[in-house]
Design a protein around this ligand. Sequence first.
Ligand code: PLP
Length: 405
Amino acid sequence: MNCDFRTDFPIFSKYPEMVYLDNAATTQKPRQVNEAVTRFYEEANANPLRGVYDLSVKATEAYESAREKVANLIGAKDASEIIFTRNTTEALNLIAYSYGLSHLHEGDEIVITIMEHHSNILPWQMVARQTGAKLVYMMIDKEGRISPEEIETKITDRTKIVSIGYVSNVMGVLNPVEAVIKKAHSVGAIAIVDGAQSTPHMKVDVTELDCDFYALSGHKMLAPMGIGALYGKMKLLLEMPPFLTGGEMIEYVEQQSATFAEVPHKFEAGTVNAGGAVGLGAAIDYINSIGLDYIEKREAELVKYMIERMGELPYIEIIGGSKPCDHHGIVTFMVKDVHPHDVASILDEQHVCIRAGHHCAQPLLKFLGVNATDRASVYFYNTEEEIDRFIDALTKVRGYLGYGA
Ligand code: PLP
C-alpha cells in the first residue's frame, strides 16, 4: 500500500520508533497545514474583519475562505451557517447557552445517549439545571447499538432537543443519526450531531442529514488545536441570542444597549483564531486531496487487521461490537487482570501510544461496569506494520506483570 503521505508528517521522522494510535484524541499535523499557518502569520497577519487596509483585507479573505472550505466539506448550503469555535466542546456549549437557555422550560426534555462524550452531556445538565428541563438518556445494548424502540420511546412530545454523537469515541460505533433526526423533527424537537469523531473519517452532508446543528473539532482532523466549527441552520441562528459578547460581534453599541452583527459574526466575539481557521482550511484541502472515500476504506482495513490480530490474544476483551465494521477507527479493549493505565505505560515503554482512562465518557463506562479501558485509534496514515508493533507490545504486557499468557 502507498503510504507516501507519511513523509508529510514531520513528527513521524522525528520519532521513527513511535507508533501513534491515539488519533481519536488528536491527529498528527502534516507539513502543509503547519506551513499554511506559518504563511498566514508571515504574509497575511492582521486582525481580520477590522481594518480596511490591504493586509487586514488579506487576513479577512483567508479567514472567510476557510469558512467556505468547512461549509463545502460538510455540505452546508451557505458558508454563513458555519461559526468558528475553539472546538466541539465550545460548539455544543454555544448551542446550550444560546438556544437551550432561551428555548427550554420546566417539563421539557433533552434527549442524549448514554455513550456521549462529557462535552455532549455537561452542557445539557447545565440547561436542565437552569430551566427545570429533564435530561433523558437513550440506552444501548452490549454492542453499543441504540434500538429503534429506544428512539421511539425516549423521544416524545416533551422532547425539545436531541443531541447525539455520530461516532462514539469509546465504542467506535456509528449511530443511527438519520433515524434520530427524523424522530426528533416528528415531535418538533431540534437535532444536534456531535461530529467530533465522524468528520475526520467519513463523508458528511448536513443538508442530507437535515440536522439542525453539527459540531466538529479541527485538531482531530489534521488541523491545529484551538479551532473547531459549528454548523447551524440559518433559521435557528438568526433567532438565537449571542453566546459570548464583546468586540467584533456587534453592529452598534450604546451606553445601555447594543445591536448585534449578522450571523455568523454574531457568534464570534473578540479577535478570532484566524491562523487556526487557515490551518483548518489547509487540513480540509489535504483531506480532500487524499479523499474521504479512501480514508474511510483504509481505516476500515486497518481496524479489521487490528481486530483480527487482537483475536490471537485470548486475554484481550474488545468492548462493543463483535464485527470490525462496528468499530469506526476506534478499538477499545481490556487486558485480563491488568489495569488499563498499566497497559498504556508498558506500551509506552515500547514507543506505542494508546489512550487509557474513561475517555471523557464516565456514564458510559459506569453503564459498561468498568472504571477505565484502553483505546487504540487509527487514522489513514497508520500502517499494518505499526499494528504488528502494537500487537507485539501487547503480548509483553501480562509477562511484565508476572501473569501467564
Ligand atoms: N465529542 C466526541 C465524540 C469526542 O470524541 C470529543 C473529543 O474527544 C469531543 C466531543 C470533544 O472534543 P474537543 O475536546 O475537541 O472539544
